[in-house]
Design a protein around this ligand. Sequence first.
Ligand code: F3S
Ligand code: F3S
Length: 108
Amino acid sequence: MTYVIAQPCIDVKDKACIDECPVDCIYEGPRMLYIHPDECVDCGACEPVCPTESIFYEEDLPEQWSAFGAAGAEVFTELGAPGGATTTGPLAQDHPVVAGVTPAGSRT
Ligand code: F3S
Ligand code: F3S
């Protein structure tokens, strides 16, 4: 189990969560941030500081955002576990589940 960031983070990216993570395991993508499931130590420090309430313990993910559990793991398939978001830098792409979400305010 790990903590997972879900849909409300998309196009918001407040980043308050990053400052709380003791192991630097929250990685930035173009539209949202992702918690590395193998690097997260399940401390829970990030969850209460997110203003959009995007962060959940994986087991507690709301049903409508259940796809974000797998997406948060799959987005690291190529990268592996580099051991730190700051030194790695941003991810080049979002997971397709995230990239496919229609931006808020869009009519399409
Ligand atoms: Fe996103 Fe919330 Fe972090 S909006 S960047 S999960 S503080
Ligand atoms: Fe980091 Fe703890 Fe959250 S390890 S991602 S602050 S649960």
